[in-house]
Design a protein around this ligand. Sequence first.
Ligand code: BGC
Length: 386
Amino acid sequence: MNTSRRTVLAAGAAAGLAATTLTTATGTAAAASRHAPSKRHFGALADGTAVDVWTVANGGTRLKVLSYGGIVHSLELPDRQGNLANVSLGFDNLADYVAKSPYFGGLIGRYGNRIAAGRFTLDGHTYQLPLNDGENSLHGGTQGFDKRMWHIDPFTRGSDTGLVLSRVSPDGEMGYPGTLKVRVTYTLTARGAWRIDYEATTDRPTIVNLTSHTYFNLAGEGSGTIYDHTLELAAGRYTPVDAGLIPTGELSRVAGTPFDFRRAKPIGRDIRAGGEQLVRAKGFDHNWVLDKGITASPGYALTLADPSSGRVMRMHTTEPGLQFYSGNFLDGTLVGSSGRAYRQGDAVALETQHFPDSPNHPAFPSTVLRPGTTYRTSTIHSFTTR
Ligand code: BGC
């Protein structure tokens, strides 16, 4: 289905007209027309805390979000026939998210990706974070934002609808200095785009690098690998890594290497090319340096497209970096939301961010946040079909 047909469908549904598309188990794009966000009980944590799942729908897109971890539990999008499928990896129960999730759909903080030896120095003080990835600290430590409860307020404003997620991360949480007040807004627009706006303030100098860890498979979660998906990345350089996946500090040119996605190519085309960088990460798991740099409003970063379903996702961001992770560590031991095992390459995470380990690389764009200033970044995922 092309964009115009999708718009017509969504408009038809909004006007209360019957949609004439095929219906699948999860419904049609018309079923995902706008309605006020609603919640239901999803499960309870070991200490009895109740976890809700919120549903937000607009413009043919339907998003389900957990109050635990701000987790994107599902993201349903129409294919070219208008059939909805969940394109994000997840579990059908809370216990699996708590016990074994490799950050499926998680809201990542305080620091997306790795900090070498979990250590950094700021204003002469050295801080030690928990090590949860070999010798390094990954995605905020052993209990990052993806494993915390979030307060959720629904909103509907004009033609937009969505959720405001907030929490206060106490001074010293996971070793990070400063009381960090965080507000993350998930908005679905009338055209079905999913926008994320991150905001944070602190009462002491600190570092912050928030992102979303959705694992995308545009053919539907559990449907096989993403090696046929094409990816175009507006980045002429990337940050090579050492054996622990920590950036070496160099910015290397992608030209003439498997890392060159400046023209759309299938993710699987060069993934077996060998070479130290691909071997270290077991595939792609690197930070690309977006050509646009840091921007005041979201600038173009990438296009991901699945030829079989016709689903296309474009991402725009204010951030300077993009972690492209090709699901290398999925190994068939996790059974996902629709009962199918996830294996290597079954999804791709595309995390907008500042560069990994920036606090230890003064030449990288700074991730320092000081009292009196507000951290603000935005990322937009827009969806069409072709
Ligand atoms: C990292 C990977 C890691 C994955 C999930 C990505 O952001 O770069 O190395 O395995 O998150 O755990």
